[in-house]
Design a protein around this ligand. Structure first.
Ligand code: ADP
Length: 445
């Protein structure tokens, strides 16, 4: 089976973003999303397909059995608990595994099964008799490369003959070394160095080239150019697979430069809504009053988990300290933590070791841990002009509603805010936000 991940490297130092913003780089946000969400995101949206050659065959599959995979690989897929292909996989997999190979550009939101799809294609395209790199996957960061490699190791756990190598920081090879592994997963700079400067492997022998997280890739200075330089060395018949969570002009320009004659598939994001959310507010005129409300609510949570959003890191750590002092088990997640610490905290929260997570806007998007039943806005979300930030509000508490799961949102605000920010939010969504009596937490059940 593919080699294990290298030892984790020392954590990066905290970023220097302002307290108000508390944002993390795109690559880190993407990683946190992957960690926080362990399940497939399903979607009711229809898949869109565009291809240059309308005569090229196109079909979708309803079962992994229909893909002519080797029994060992198929076993690995089922071992991961995948019963049926996800929506994007139904269409992408036949394209990725087609003979002759077809190039693909695929866009769908994080969590819809892109990684699993291309990892499956990577493993199935390897010819283990050829002991040189044949499959190359570019990821934007060290951590994202390792994530992908771990999926490959798991899915390929019965394919002992397939070997994998990471081309990431910290991995060093002696001069003159020739790689014998079949699959290389790495970051653009290191891959370029290994291939062109040190000639550890030959890019012209690559038969499958994957570019993952293209939207994150272009957000990093230099990555796009390095990707193009790697691309230039590939043979014309190399199959190219290009993935992105978002779809915009910049990503499509990048895609055009990388992928000739692609089939393009898109799965539009299902919008979040407040349909199944009961929204409440509690008037609190000070931090301390807010704290008391939280303590009351905390006592009322018997099932599920809660996320509490604060506007600044300072408030978030104050709240964490206060609650911890009172004997509540809470976890704090802010942008100043190292990537490793954030991963650990999210991991613990996801498996339920922590019931309450206190955070800032670092977590406003994309984290829909299913078991979260209560979201508390310790501070109402506001933009730079101190107006209600309705988009962030929706991201924090909205659900895609597919499962009809209900949730509770509690907004802590002052009298003044109730008449301004909270009212703006209520008017924007056209849904009533009701007063909540937190002394009687039965209301929350
Ligand atoms: P993406 O790359 O689009 O973010 P992933 O491939 O990482 O999506 O899949 C998201 C989650 O869903 C992962 O936890 C993965 O193991 C799981 N998953 C992927 N495909 C399937 C499937 N066919 N059935 C069940 N779970 C799946």
């Amino acid at each position: 089976a593919p080699k294990k991940a290298p030892e984790p490297k020392p954590p990066s130092t905290g970023s220097s973003v302002s307290q108000e913003e508390d944002q993390v780089p795109k690559a880190e946000a993407s990683l946190m999303q992957k960690i926080a969400r362990s399940k497939l995101v399903t979607s009711k949206a229809e898949i869109e397909v565009q291809r240059q050659d309308p005569f090229s065959p196109l079909h979708s599959i309803k079962s992994f059995d229909d893909l002519n995979l080797t029994p060992k690989l198929l076993r690995g897929v089922y071992e991961m608990g995948f019963n049926a292909p996800s929506k994007i996989q139904e269409t992408a997999l036949p394209i990725l595994l087609a003979t002759p190979p077809q190039n693909l550009i695929a866009q769908s939101q994080s969590g819809t099964g892109k990684t699993a799809a291309f990892v499956l294609a990577m493993l199935s395209r390897v010819n283990p008799d050829n002991n040189f790199p044949q499959v190359l996957c570019l990821s934007p960061t060290y951590e994202l490369a390792i994530q992908t490699g771990e999926v490959a190791a798991k899915m390929g756990q019965f394919c002992d003959e397939i070997k994998l190598r990471y081309a990431v920081r910290g991995e060093e090879l002696p001069r003159g070394h020739k790689l014998t592994e079949h699959i290389i997963i790495g970051t653009p700079g290191k891959v370029l160095d290994w291939a062109t400067k040190y000639r550890f492997f030959d890019l012209s022998k690559i038969t499958v080239f994957v570019l993952d997280e293209a939207d994150v890739m272009i957000a990093t200075q230099g990555h796009q150019d390095q990707s193009f330089r790697i691309r230039k060395h590939l043979k014309e018949n190399c199959q190219i697979m290009f993935f992105s969570a978002t779809y915009d002009d910049e990503v499509m320009q990048f895609a055009k430069g990388i992928v000739p004659n692609p089939v393009l598939i898109r799965l539009k994001r299902e919008e979040e809504s407040l349909d199944n959310i009961q929204q409440y507010y509690v008037i609190c005129d000070s931090k301390e009053e807010k704290y008391q409300s939280i303590a009351n609510i905390y006592g009322g949570i018997t099932i599920g988990q809660a996320i509490i959003f604060c506007h600044t890191r300072k408030t978030a750590s104050w709240l964490t300290d206060s609650m911890t002092k009172d004997g509540h088990a809470v976890a704090l997640l802010t942008g100043e933590l190292s990537v490793e610490d954030r991963i650990n905290i999210l991991d613990r929260f996801r498996v339920g070791k922590e019931k309450v997570l206190i955070t800032t806007n670092v977590l406003s998007r994309g984290i829909d841990v299913e078991q979260v039943t209560i979201v508390v806005n310790f501070d109402l979300p506001i933009d730079q002009n101190r107006q209600a930030d309705c988009e962030t509000y929706l991201h924090r508490i909205g659900r895609t509603g597919r499962f009809g799961k209900s949730g509770i949102a509690v907004n802590l605000c002052s009298h003044a805010e109730m008449q301004t920010t909270l009212k703006q939010i209520q008017d924007h969504f056209g849904k009533k936000i009701l007063p909540l009596n937190t002394d009687d937490s039965d209301e929350l059940e």
